[in-house]
Design a protein around this ligand. Structure first.
Ligand code: 4AD
Ligand code: MG
Length: 475
């Protein structure tokens, strides 16, 4: 039985076995209290080792970090803090851990834990984060399955740059210095593994659209890769993205789906991750105490999550948002680092002003200037904007980016050429607009940004088991 189950048993002196890692041991020679965790829950189970029953030599090896199996009787606990405990009859040591084990029971900085990412799973904080991450991933699949979507596996290796940002990691079997060259002296990719230039995908959207043009409602959920040199608390070079794509959806349907979907998964965590969220909420309150009064957040973690689930997101156009920013006190006092004017790509400071200061709730911005958005977005009648939508969250900024797609063949080809893509390279994508084209829309949710929001953590490196960021791929 896992510890999570054991803790829920009625204590009647029945024989049980606990297997797990020692978190702490305290007590004297006559009696020792051992706290064991196996990761099934944030809660430890306490084992009591009484003198005479357990060999002192074995008990010496029961140290923080060691892995043990303890057999004994499950009884009601005499101490406070736990309902049940195990009176040990025998202890088997699977693996010892000496005092150099880095996860000793004291406060560690997040930076320290990142350097020990292979062992940080054994802390309360990371246990909680990765159980919540799992629950959110499960909720994503449940939501789409329950709503008639099909999970489509789009490729990780691709020959097209879906976002057109040129931030791709190359996939090649060439030896770096021995790549064959053509007559013009350029690398000859026709001799490479796939017979062409290939990279890791930045998005499954283009292939997702092909699926939606037949299955109507699909979603992808896979790793995506971006070689952008952004060393921020919101960017990873390898992150997971959920991308639904729906035939016959227009922009408004897309917004409704995005809002309903994120509320569902956050609510799922609220209902299914109670112990872990309570732990993270307390942790955050402690952290807040060290901040100056004016920087502390008004809502606790759980209040913030409930607030998002219970209130409707504010919807407005990019043009309306620019007006609000222009009229803002922050702008008049020249507090924005990046000047505001129509046409700019909104910076994080602008997004956070709108979400955290002005509306104080999640915001969906739509109809951005076409110049700052990807080629595939449906053009508005005014010729200036496209049917884009970004969902902005407090403390995070952009959590979702999406749009209605251009379904007119001629308009799409013209735009593709304008942005410098050779239509030949994405002939298969353009074909969907030639044969039975349909209005359709979709979006991408950055999974780690969602986990960041739900756990209340401050750095995206702490919500993915093995973060990939510039100059960092150790574990
Ligand atoms: O806005 P983006 O670039 O949109 C797309 O990739 C579209 N193809 C999605 C679609 O319409 N199907 O990325 C979508 C989301 C962002 O809103 C953000 O949450 C996340 O992906 N994201 C990142 N998360 C972590 N690290 C990065 N470097 C990220 N870049 C984007
Ligand atoms: Mg975006």
């Amino acid at each position: 039985m896992q510890i999570k189950e054991l803790l829920e048993q009625k204590p009647e002196g029945q024989q049980v076995t606990i297997k797990g890692w020692v978190r702490t041991k305290r007590g004297q020679a006559t009696i020792a209290f051992i706290n064991i965790n196996d990761g099934s829950t944030i809660n430890n189970i306490q084992a009591v080792a009484e003198e005479g029953k357990i060999d002192q030599e074995i008990l010496k090896k029961v140290t923080t970090g060691a892995c043990v199996a303890i057999k004994g009787a499950l009884v009601a606990s005499a101490g406070s803090g736990q309902a049940v405990e195990v009176i040990a009859d025998s202890i088997e040591i699977y693996g010892t851990a000496d005092e150099t084990f880095p996860m000793q029971p004291k406060k560690h900085s997040m930076e320290f834990l990142r350097e020990k990412a292979h062992l940080r799973f054994r802390t309360n904080t990371f246990g909680a984060i990765f159980r919540i991450r799992h629950a959110l991933a499960f909720a994503v699949h449940k939501y789409y399955n329950d709503n008639g979507f099909f999970y489509l596996h789009t490729p990780i290796i691709t020959a097209s740059d879906a976002e057109g940002a040129g931030e791709m990691f190359r996939v090649s079997t060439f030896e770096p210095n021995k790549a064959p060259k053509n007559e013009a002296g350029e690398v000859d990719f026709s001799q490479d593994f796939f017979g062409r230039e290939t990279s890791l995908t930045v998005s499954g959207q283009l292939e997702g659209e092909l699926g939606a043009m037949a299955l109507s409602k699909i979603y992808t959920f896979g790793p995506t890769f971006r070689a952008e040199n952004s060393n921020t608390t919101r960017h990873l070079a390898e992150f997971w993205m959920i991308e639904p794509e729906v035939a016959f959806y227009e922009l408004e349907d897309n917004m409704n789906l995005a809002e309903d979907f994120v509320k569902y998964v956050i609510n799922y965590a609220l209902e299914n991750c109670v112990d872990d969220l309570n732990f993270l909420e307390k942790r955050l309150l402690e952290e807040e105490k060290s901040k100056p009064q004016n920087e502390r957040s008004e809502l606790s973690l759980l209040e913030k999550l409930r607030f998002v689930v219970e209130n409707s997101f504010e919807r407005l156009t990019y043009t309306e948002a620019i007006d609000i920013l222009l009229k803002s006190k922050a702008n008049q006092k020249k507090q924005f680092q990046f000047p505001v004017k129509w046409g700019i790509d909104l910076q994080s400071e602008h997004e956070r002003y709108l979400v955290e200061k002005h509306f104080k709730k999640p915001v969906i911005l739509t109809n951005y200037p076409k110049e700052i958005k990807a080629f595939y977005m449906k053009q508005d009648e005014d010729g200036k904007t496209v049917r884009a939508m970004d969902v902005l969250f407090p403390g995070i900024g952009e959590i979702i980016g999406g749009s209605q797609r251009e379904d007119d063949y001629e308009k799409l080809v013209t735009r593709v050429k304008e942005v410098g893509i050779d239509p030949e390279n994405i002939w298969w994508y353009l074909d969907t607009r030639k044969f039975g084209s349909a209005p359709h829309a979709g979006f991408g949710l950055g999974f780690e940004r969602l986990v960041l929001f739900v756990t209340g953590m401050g750095n995206i490196r702490d919500v993915i088991p093995f973060p990939r960021t510039p100059k960092n791929a150790e574990f």
